[in-house]
Design a protein. Sequence first.
Length: 281
Amino acid sequence: MLRQRVITALLLLAVLLPAVFYPQPLAFAVVATLLIAAGGWEWARLNQFGNFEALVTGVVCVAVCTVLLYFSDGDMPVAGLWLAVAALWVLGGSWLLARGAASWISLPKPVRWSAGVACLCAAWLAVTQARVIGINFLFSVMVLVWVADIAAYFSGRLLGGKLFARKLAPTISPGKTWEGVLGGLFGVALCALLWILVEQRVRLDSVSIYSRLWQRGALVTAVAIVWMAAWSVVGDLVESLIKRSAGVKDSSNLLPGHGGVLDRLDALLPVLPMAMMLQSL
């Protein structure tokens, strides 16, 4: 299993890294579109749509991303767009986690389908616009999510159950603990501090999300980092809840050893738009 995970990860990096570092952001936008289309296909299948409808969903995602690419034309959307997306995540994500999988299944299928396509396409627009800002900015947002996940995993394994008797969301993801959440927050805070220190000494192509926040003060930076790290956890939990409602462990087996595309994007879906919101305010 480990060998399979490593091989898949290396193949993904072989595709993603050249696209990220290609001088024109369009190359990365194309690769991101393919990933979002695969995520759309998985989303439809998780919500009891057939194979044909799932393929159509992938095509719809490609069409929406293409339209967004045409009309955005490299210009940053107004802050109001990202505020609206963040508000939808706060309201929808909070409602879903409070009500549980049964409430999700009770929603009409068109509503569930539309919510998924909207979240995927909003994340696509956010990540492509982040690449327009610069590679350093893009990586600073993505690394925040990865560090939160890795630090949460190891701190959860080491301290899980020793500080808090109750787990984070036992009915949704029994393995997640509050100790893991705190470890993730600590890891993100340390990552942000180190990133800012490096930026003060090394000239990069753009300013990271951390340095942009730091310009507004330490308190704003701390609150914003905690906010994004917390929503990376929510994104993970929301996908876990939806998979639980569908009775599956992974969103698909498109990525051998890793599950599906949504399994890799879940935490990024809310964080990317929220990072764009924070940098545009």
